[in-house]
Design a protein around this ligand. Structure first.
Ligand SMILES: Nc1ncnc2c1ncn2[C@@H]1O[C@H](COP(=O)(O)OP(=O)(O)O)[C@@H](O)[C@H]1O
Ligand SMILES: CC(=O)N[C@@H](CCC(=O)OP(=O)(O)O)C(=O)O
Length: 267
């Protein structure tokens, strides 16, 4: 069985069209590649924290997560955002199963190296693949929020891109990041254009020159880690283009395809 991990960013979730969900359902029905959705919700968390007068900061694209912030992160991600996506898929006739990484010990995490710097931010150590495959075998499309569980049942906030990459690695699945941009943008003749493809070397230089910044940094890092650890194909796709997901699966050139090294094309 082949799987595809579809990561939906918080920047695009509210704008995903009914056709996006229909395409995901169609994929599942055809049984060639089984979809697994992992979602973010960064902007929704920030809005809720602001309403609650709780300050929030990011270091290296990761939200510094105090106990107080963690409560809100879990409430927003595993509550409202997760159920919003489950309802959207149900609405189009799909069988959706909303889960967080805590349910069934789906995502086991340890704190990332510097707990003083980031608070309760984790990195995924283990994915309960058996549990995930069982859900899929029962014809459900898993919709996963990136809260994980660790030693002593401690909760951790996981960047959604990194959670999606960990799941793709564990399943050797293709991975796509659905976001609010048409791909990795670079300046060409004073205008921004998406790269059709890029490599580890180019990504490192784009980060060093601040052309890749903010939330794009964990995304490209997650993409490279997934490729290094066994995901065959990884791309960043435009959530505003309805067919970008089906085009990616069909092997068409769409969004930015990320590779470890340059592939020499033979024509
Ligand atoms: N070179 C780049 N090309 C495109 N977007 C970039 C680039 N560098 C930084 N970004 C920012 O990354 C954002 C996407 O990351 P993020 O907001 O975390 O999205 P998501 O919600 O999909 O996870 C874009 O909206 C853009 O502001
Ligand atoms: C540690 C960390 O930064 N966690 C993220 C989790 C949500 C997320 O990643 O959402 P997007 O995909 O919309 O960015 C956060 O708290 O915002």
């Amino acid at each position: 069985m082949d799987y595809i991990v579809i990561k939906c960013g918080g920047s695009i979730i509210d704008q995903l069209s009914p056709d996006f969900y229909k395409n995901v359902i169609e994929l599942q029905k055809q049984k060639q590649v089984q979809p697994i959705i992992v979602h973010g919700g960064g902007p929704m968390i920030s809005t809720r924290l602001k309403q609650m007068n709780v300050a929030t900061t990011f270091v290296d694209g990761l939200r510094v997560t105090t106990k107080e912030v963690l409560d809100v992160v879990e409430m927003v991600l595993s509550g409202s955002v997760n159920k919003q996506m489950v309802r959207a898929l149900l609405q189009q006739g799909g069988q959706a199963m909303g889960l967080s990484g805590i349910d069934g010990y789906l995502l086991h995490a340890k704190p990332i190296t510097d707990i003083n710097k980031y608070g309760f931010v984790g990195e995924v150590e283990h994915v309960n693949v058996t549990f995930l495959k069982n859900i899929i075998a029962h014809d459900y499309i898993p919709i996963i929020s990136p809260i994980a569980i660790g030693e002593q049942n401690q909760r951790y906030n996981i960047n959604a891109d990194l959670a999606a990459a960990a799941i793709a690695q564990a399943l050797h699945a293709n991975l796509c990041f659905i976001s609010d941009i048409p791909g990795i943008l670079v300046d060409k003749n004073g205008q921004k254009h998406p790269l059709h493809e890029t490599t580890k070397k180019q990504i490192e230089s784009l980060i060093a020159s601040n052309i890749i910044y903010g939330g794009m940094i964990p995304k490209v890092q997650a993409a490279l880690t997934a490729l290094e650890q066994g995901a065959p194909c990884v791309a960043i796709l435009d959530g505003m283009k309805t067919n970008s997901l089906t085009d990616f699966i069909a092997g068409k050139q769409v969004g930015t395809s990320i590779q470890l090294e340059e592939v020499s094309h033979v024509y």
